[in-house]
Design a binder for this molecule. Structure first.
Ligand SMILES: NC(=O)C1=CN([C@@H]2O[C@H](COP(=O)(O)OP(=O)(O)OC[C@H]3O[C@@H](n4cnc5c(N)ncnc54)[C@H](OP(=O)(O)O)[C@@H]3O)[C@@H](O)[C@H]2O)C=CC1
Ligand SMILES: CC(=O)[C@](C)(O)C(=O)O
Ligand SMILES: [Mg+2]
Ligand SMILES: [Mg+2]
Length: 490
């Protein structure tokens, strides 16, 4: 198999990257009807598998799980996830031949093996569904001609797919039909029904392509969503300890701070996040963010370039072939960081204090969101897709850090995302060393205090204009307008 994207002429590559159409909520008027009475069999019951299955069942669909024999015989967590939630669990032989739709929710690294194992058992005219296009786009998986191939990709960690559904909302979702596999022409109807079943249609659905989803998802997860939050956590914590801030306070400010400051993003974009600061703090956060964007832009470009030309996938797949040696090593190293090893203190931090004492965190989020958005759109990704993959998903990732720090984030995201997050972290830590030399507790840990309350009007006017006119804010205002059912988290 070869990288599918790299086999296409540039004309087709650009066309596929640009596939992105915001779907009017009216297009989901039929809800899950296209899948009603169909047998949905999910392969894998992990982050996406369990949470999507719970939502699909609550939406009235017939859902069962098929797991590899060892998961069942050893009663592994995936077996417990499915059985303890009352789902039928069976082997491939028992369930795949009965399935109308097989949802492949196993780790990307396992997709080729899994699809090769289940495809011979899939009935004529059935459907194979993915939640990330890696196997099709980066590995070039060839699926039997009679099988419909679709994708329903939540722009969100598995845990929050369920939490937002339970709140009566959902998460932005990209859907696609693989152009090489839509023999009955019902791929889109099934993808729409699947998206409605997960609740994605309440937040917003983009009619995308496997290529557009992969090339944006890999970029968002490696940079702003996971890489920036990991690097920012480590740098901000170590700086506060160096400057004598209480370790428990520093740990809590970061662990919960990302969630608090990015919740402001969710409701009102970067503008609202900075508006939560005092004017002197806003000016400081803007200046730090501009400095960070200059330093980090080459790194964001490199990540996007390596994703587009397949270098990232090739390097990661070499680690897959080496039994995940680097992934496991980097996971263990992350666990040994001071931030991860320091429990959050039993100290009260008000919502506003997270902003006032976390100016650098606000600056990092602003820089990461804008850089990721700018880099994705420069690579041909459409603004709506880039928005969901940068600004909107950041608070959803921050929710996982609030639960159990970087451990929980890296446990909840896919192994693909985790691998890319570590690549970014290893490059960004040294990149920001000089920048961090000039950082003090006024922007992380203690805040500006009252000594600084003068702001030049022209400067503030220019900053407010710049914030409001960034393209991520323009498209964000439009897309958040469709999210009337969005619920508060903090
Ligand atoms: N994690 C996330 O938040 C997101 C993930 N995705 C995509 O969703 C898909 C699933 O990812 P995710 O939910 O993170 O995966 P997880 O690692 O959380 O779960 C994987 C599941 O697959 C099973 N599994 C692992 N290896 C095999 C194998 N060789 N054969 C059969 N089953 C296997 C595991 O069970 P056991 O090992 O017990 O057999 C487990 O149940 C991926 O394509 C990912 O890119 C998309 C958006 C977000
Ligand atoms: C959660 C999500 O959207 C990621 C980061 O893309 C993933 O886990 O692969
Ligand atoms: Mg993603
Ligand atoms: Mg991903």
């Amino acid at each position: 198999m070869a990288n599918y994207f790299n086999t296409l002429p540039l004309r087709e590559q650009l066309a596929q990257l640009a596939q992105c159409e915001f779907m009017d909520p009216a297009e989901f008027a039929d809800g899950v009807e296209a899948l009603k009475g169909k047998k949905l069999v999910i392969v894998g019951c992990g982050a996406q598998g369990l949470n999507q299955g719970l939502n699909l069942r609550d939406s009235g669909l017939d859902v069962a799980y098929t797991l590899r024999d060892s998961a069942i015989s050893e009663r592994r967590q995936s077996f417990l996830n499915a059985s303890e939630n009352g789902f039928t669990v069976g082997t491939y032989e028992e369930l795949i031949p009965t399935a109308d739709v097989v949802l492949n929710l196993t780790p990307d690294k396992q997709h080729t093996a899994v699809v090769n194992a289940i495809m011979p058992m899939m009935k004529q005219g059935s459907t194979l569904a993915y939640s990330h296009g890696f196997n099709i786009v980066e590995e070039g998986m060839q699926v039997r001609d009679d099988i419909t191939v679709i994708m329903v990709a939540p722009k969100c960690p598995g845990s929050e797919v369920r939490e937002e559904y339970k709140r009566g909302f959902g998460v932005p979702t990209l859907i696609a039909v693989h152009p090489e596999n839509d023999p009955q022409g019902h791929g889109l109807a099934q993808a729409k029904a699947y998206a409605a079943g997960t609740g994605g249609h309440r937040a917003g659905v983009l009619k995308s392509s496997f290529i557009a989803e992969v090339k944006s998802d890999l970029m968002g997860e490696q940079t702003i969503l996971c890489g920036m939050l990991q690097t920012g956590s480590i740098l901000c914590f170590d700086k506060m300890i160096e400057k004598g801030i209480d370790a428990g306070y520093a740990s809590k400010l970061i662990q919960y701070g990302w969630e608090v400051v990015t919740e402001a993003l969710k409701y009102g974009g970067v503008t609202n996040m900075l508006d939560r600061l005092s004017n002197p703090a806003k000016v400081k956060a803007f200046e730090l963010s501009e400095e960070l964007k200059v330093i980090m832009r080459p790194l964001y470009n490199k990540h996007q370039d390596d994703i587009i030309d397949g270098t990232f996938s090739r390097v990661m797949m070499e680690d897959w072939a080496n039994d995940d040696a680097n992934l496991l090593k980097w996971r263990a190293e992350t666990a040994e960081t001071n931030f991860e090893k320091t429990p959050a203190g039993d100290v009260e931090i008000s919502e506003q204090e997270f902003f006032d004492n976390g100016i650098l965190m606000v600056a990092m989020v602003k820089a990461g969101v804008e850089l990721a958005f700018e880099t994705m759109t420069a690579a041909g990704i459409i603004a709506e897709s880039a928005y969901y993959e940068s600004l909107h998903e950041t608070p959803l990732i921050a929710n996982t850090i609030a639960r159990k720090k970087l451990f929980e984030m890296n446990r909840t995201i896919s192994d693909t995302a985790e691998y890319g997050c570590y690549l970014y972290n290893h490059a960004c830590l040294p990149l920001l060393q000089d920048f961090m030399q000039n950082i003090d507790t006024d922007v992380i840990g203690r805040g500006l205090g009252e000594r600084c309350n003068h702001v030049d009007n022209q400067t503030l006017i220019a900053i407010n204009k710049s914030l409001r006119e960034h393209p991520v804010e323009i498209i964000g205002t439009k897309l958040r307008g469709y999210m009337s059912a969005m619920k508060k988290i903090v």
